[in-house]
Design a protein around this ligand. Structure first.
Ligand code: AMP
Ligand code: GLY
Length: 426
């Protein structure tokens, strides 16, 4: 079978490695992929957002199955277009992808179907939004409506920060069109849990839970990033919390999307906060998380392609989705300066890391000499599984210590909080 994977980061690398475990998979093409993905698949330099380019490629180079992994092509209707060519796909159509692409759509859906989330107001008018944040309770959370590369959310601790966030989004146009409408919402407190779930629009099968580490610096300091590391499972996701999530969030969300005429098929990512009033939705994503995928898929015991086909064929109810009992940890290695300005093109010394861990490439390329070089903010994800979380963390950091380049940056405390919760029952 020839499989097409749209995307070119660590998440796609993890998906491709897992797909390769199926002996029927004879060829994988990644659009555009990256240098590391190039060792596991054929890369063709068509951007993930170039939907016409992708469609033309598939017309000339037929594929048996397509996986559309990133949010942008999903929101742009990549799956709709591939379906129109008769290509079976994994991923939601554009209508269903609105659950991530529009925060207003997601919030209104949750309100209408009584799915627990932060209270909120929507504004299309800057004056009214400014008026509102002059008096709203603090801290408050200001979110651009559309996709903003994970940068469209501001947690405003002070009145000035709240006013500034509204101005940046609605008057200065910091997020382009994505910020012309905003959501201002209640600040929630509690541990965060990421749950990725397979759904075919009929049943929902959650994957092992995980925990992201979004801030750039140790002890959750510094700027928000795309994610500096992950662990799975997340100790805050107890069986009781899981049961409530299934009853109060997962199943109602699937039913709500059906009722709205946009059934969701693919991987639905629930960004959850376990508050003292129970689990609430912080955000939905219409895709696998990055770097959550880099800890979740290594723990998947069932065959990924079989599950993806079952999602497309709406036979997920009959398809096992099983995870091993162990734990996983992924440590992200980033370019110095990330998430601010950083340099690219630094030569990477991998040491023996590839023998010690799954090293997923997020942003790598090759220089003129063919050497592996940095090509993004987040560069490599070093992922290990083990019988316990403690061992997984130790293995991941031991492997990460093998890797070097000029200015390499990493967090030193991935999984530390999770371990202390496990050890102390915090
Ligand atoms: P998002 O881009 O929606 O994932 O938001 C980024 C981060 O902001 C989340 O992972 C949370 O840590 C935080 N966040 C978003 N919404 C809220 C909220 N209502 N209350 C507290 N923290 C939030
Ligand atoms: N790790 C968060 C995300 O994928 O959106």
């Amino acid at each position: 079978m020839k499989i097409l994977v749209v995307g070119g980061g660590g998440r796609e690398h993890a998906i491709i490695r897992k797909l390769k475990e199926n002996p029927e998979v004879t060829q994988i093409v990644a659009l555009p992929g990256n240098a590391g993905i190039g060792q596991d698949a054929e890369c063709v330099s068509i951007k993930a957002t170039d939907i016409d380019g992708i469609v033309n490629y598939v017309k000339e180079n037929p594929v048996d199955f397509a996986v559309v992994a990133p949010d942008d092509p999903l929101a742009l209707g990549c799956v709709d277009r591939l379906h129109a060519l008769g290509v079976p796909c994994f991923g939601p159509d554009a209508k269903a992808a609105r659950i991530e692409a529009s925060k207003v759509f997601a919030k209104d859906l949750m309100k209408k179907y009584h799915i627990p989330t932060a209270r909120y107001e929507v504004f299309g008018d800057a004056e009214k939004a400014l008026e509102y944040v002059k008096a709203c309770p603090l801290p408050t959370v200001v979110k651009a409506d559309g996709l903003a590369l994970g940068k469209g959310v501001v947690i405003a601790m002070t009145r000035e920060e709240a006013l500034e966030a509204v101005k940046a989004a609605m008057i200065d146009g910091a997020f382009g069109k994505s910020g012309s409408r905003i959501v201002v919402e209640e600040f929630l407190e509690g541990p965060e849990v990421s749950v990725l779930a397979f759904t075919d629009g009929h049943v929902v099968k959650p994957m092992v839970s995980s925990m992201d580490h979004k801030r750039a610096g140790d002890n959750d300091t510094g700027l928000n990033t795309g994610g500096m590391g992950t662990i799975a499972p997340n100790p805050c996701y107890t069986p009781e919390v899981a049961k409530r999530c299934m009853e109060e969030i997962f199943l109602p969300t699937i039913a709500a999307m059906n009722a709205e005429g946009c059934p969701f098929k693919g991987c639905l990512y629930f960004g959850l906060m376990v508050t003292k009033d129970g689990p609430k939705v912080i955000e939905y994503n219409c895709r696998f998380g990055d770097p959550e995928t880099q800890v979740v898929l290594p723990l998947l015991k069932s065959d990924l392609l079989t599950i993806m086909q079952a999602v497309e064929n709406e036979t997920l109810a009959d398809t096992p989705v099983e995870f091993s009992d162990g734990a996983a940890c992924c440590v992200m290695l980033a370019s110095g300066g990330y998430p601010g300005k950083y340099e690219k093109g630094k030569v990477i010394d991998m040491g023996r890391a590839n023998e010690m861990a799954q090293v997923y490439h997020s942003g790598t390329g090759r220089n003129d000499k063919g050497e592996l070089v940095t090509a993004g903010g987040r560069v490599l994800g070093v992922s290990c599984t083990a019988d316990t979380l403690e061992n997984a963390i130790q293995k991941a950091y031991t492997a990460a210590a093998e890797i070097q380049w000029d200015g390499m940056m990493l967090r030193h405390d991935i999984g530390r909080r999770a371990l202390s919760i496990l050890n102390k029952g915090e």
